[in-house]
Design a protein around this ligand. Sequence first.
Ligand code: ASP
Length: 343
Amino acid sequence: MKKHSSNILLIYTGGTIGMIKDFETGSLKNFNFDELLQHVPELNLLDCVIDTHSFETPIDSSNMNPDCWEQLVGIIENRYEEFDGFVILHGSDTMSYTASAVSFMLENLAKPVIFTGSQLPIGDLRTDAKENLITSIQLAALRENNEPVVKEVGLYFEYKLYRANRTTKINAEHFEAFASLNYPALAESGVYLAIEYRALLKVDTTRIFKTYTKMEDNVFVLKMFPGINQATIHHLFAAPNLKGLILETYGSGNLTTETWFLKALKKLIDKDIPIINVTQCSGGSVEMGNYETSVALKKMGVISGKDSTTEAAVTKLMFLLANRKQDVGFKEQFETSLRGEIS
Ligand code: ASP
């Protein structure tokens, strides 16, 4: 029997990866994505059929927003049956946010959706784009026992595939730009592709794939810092449409015990505005109640983001505020893993 070669849809949203140097002027410009195969002839060697789809106006990922996430989810939904896997080219700056958001917006995903990008444009001599692109496509095309190996939203960068909603951009110039400090890599590329099978998301493939497009953007991320000012906080917390707050706290979930601050938080909770506690450390987990400086938070009903990244916590908050199940409490839903984003 002839081996089924995978059909992959490559979606280009923008970012450095899709740029090419104009050697006459020295400036970077977006290249015509339909001509991708001409620029990266190595793609012809892969045992898969690649189709491409480009955003009409490719954007720097600093301009990403929930409308773009909705657009991406729409493309995947419309072409879900047609393709075995999806590779999304995206600027690295906000890739962890988009990839986390998309992971929540796709329920019962049974195919790979791999985000990648690069630090240097694809047309640059020392580019990291080619390896990132080629291996992402290989990972999206990887099948065993007639089904895809990866059935979740991943992020591939510099020889490692991560669970996307566990990642953070950690470096603005190293090729190793992302880290997943609270969850192991799903795969590592060396001479062979080493898959960490135990780390992959276990998926019930009999469940029907479902997409969500609504996200609530009336949310705010507040990073604690010594000297935080009372007047500013009162002004911010009085925002008329505020629907949810992410608190980036110190260490394992601690913050100032000044009464004015705790009272301001309690006032939000009394208005049914969920507050999520995530740590501003790069790794580790929130454990409210360990120190006196987090006891009050636990008592007033602040939600624990546990070991979630800020990127996962803020996009999960946007997702749950717009799509929560009405018969389960918000705190319980938030503290439960939806897509492997929290331990
Ligand atoms: N500023 C670019 C972006 O995020 C950087 C990159 O592509 O990596 O779109």
